[in-house]
Design a protein around this ligand. Structure first.
Ligand code: SF4
Length: 75
């Protein structure tokens, strides 16, 4: 069965979340609570931090449930 993938974009980057990979470590919402809030739907709000803050937090996801799928080239 194909894995479900959710996409969240702020126009510059797209964060993907694979719920099947998430081990619910809480690292994302402890680190960047405005963007990642499991009580909210959708639970990721890309307007609550800068693109760089979101990239830095996504890199800390221990299970690779979060990733950056696309971004605009930066000089
Ligand atoms: S940091 Fe990754 S594994 Fe942990 S809760 Fe967030 S998405 Fe899930």
């Amino acid at each position: 069965m194909a894995q479900k993938i959710h996409h969240y974009s702020n126009g510059e980057i797209t964060v993907t979340w694979k719920p099947g990979n998430c081990i619910h470590s809480g690292i994302c919402f402890k680190g960047l609570a405005g963007v990642f809030d499991p009580r909210r739907r959708p639970w990721i709000d890309m307007s609550q931090a800068t693109t760089q803050q979101i990239i830095d937090q996504v890199k800390k996801c221990p299970s690779a449930a979060l990733s950056i799928e696309s971004n605009t080239p930066v000089d």
